[in-house]
Design a protein around this ligand. Structure first.
Ligand code: SAM
Length: 289
């Protein structure tokens, strides 16, 4: 009788333990499954996107991307399920309306931007809680002027997301130029943009170029085509007119990639022939000769 009682108590404890471990394991598993992935999609189509990134996009429950991303991939015969695309998280930050507002009423723009960032972060947190895999698709590499890390995920708990590296425009442009960006005589490679270098309203001035011009460097300018006239004016104050400059348009696109080689003295005139003010990378220095 006593033996039986111990046996039953033992059995109950055993099953309670099994059930407890199972439920714990299950909760942990469910909680871990929800995650945000910030994925670098590369400079052009899926053939220059890392297999790890493509697999994560394939397995995603929710996609956050610009409308251009599925279109770009469709061009290369790769389908991105439109049902999974929740919304374009950048529209309310970088759309035309916001650009205008930033110029006319900075405070209001700042308020709206913060609201949009919160909206996106709340959405992502909710999906993570539901155990979903959320994917933010950034062009190129997310860590180089990527809007997700630069803006949307400011202050976001970084234990909740993973970053998948992508090929940056820089790599595709260097390949198009068939040049090393780091030849022996170059002291360093400077990756920047007009806004980083000179300030949003050009308030930082061009003093920095006086120092930089003392060294042999390779300079890579992102997001610079629309303000290149002004950039070149500042460069002309510190560099010789025969400084080699190239613009690689649509780097990595097999059918439309275009390399324009020029010099400091002639680049402004030369780029007028190209009708593109966004998708081009400016490379400055001896390496493009
Ligand atoms: C917001 S930044 C994003 C950069 C991106 N995260 C990367 O790693 O390439 C956008 C700028 O990157 C450059 N860019 C992006 N893709 C490009 C491409 N395929 N060809 C040339 N330039 C490109 C352009 O200067 C463009 O204005």
């Amino acid at each position: 009788m006593t033996k039986n009682r111990y046996f039953i108590i033992g059995l109950v404890i055993f099953w309670a333990f099994i059930l407890y471990s199972f439920s714990n394991h299950y909760t942990v598993y469910a909680a871990q499954r929800g995650k945000l992935y910030v994925v670098g999609m590369g400079p052009s189509g899926p053939d220059l996107t890392a297999p790890r990134a493509l697999e994560i996009v394939e397995k995603a429950d929710v996609l956050l991307c610009s409308p251009g991303m599925p279109k770009k991939f469709a061009r290369f015969g790769k389908h991105i399920d439109p049902q999974k695309v929740a919304f374009n998280p950048w529209e309310e930050l970088f759309g035309q309306e916001m650009k205008e507002l930033r110029k006319t009423n900075y405070q209001e723009w700042e308020k709206k931007s913060k609201k949009q960032v919160k909206k996106v972060q709340d959405f992502v947190l909710q999906k993570i809680k539901e155990g979903k895999r959320v994917v933010m698709m950034d062009g190129g590499d997310p860590c180089i002027y990527g809007p997700s890390l630069n803006y949307l995920l400011q202050g976001f708990d970084d234990t909740l997301f993973e970053v998948i590296p992508g090929m940056s425009a820089l790599n595709a442009a260097a390949a198009a130029l068939k040049r090393s960006l780091t030849p022996d005589e170059v002291r360093f490679v400077l990756l920047t943009s007009p806004e980083s270098l000179f300030g949003e309203s050009w308030e930082k001035g061009d003093e920095i170029l006086k120092d930089l011009s003392k060294y042999e460097t390779t300079m890579i300018l992102y997001m610079s085509l629309s303000s290149l006239n002004r950039v070149i004016e500042l460069f002309k104050k510190h560099y010789p007119l025969d400084l080699p400059i190239a613009v690689v348009y649509y780097a990595g696109y097999p059918d439309i990639e275009n390399v324009l080689k020029s010099k400091l003295g002639s680049i402004v005139e030369d780029i007028k022939k190209m009708n593109e003010s966004w998708l081009g990378l400016v490379v400055i220095g001896k390496c493009v000769e």
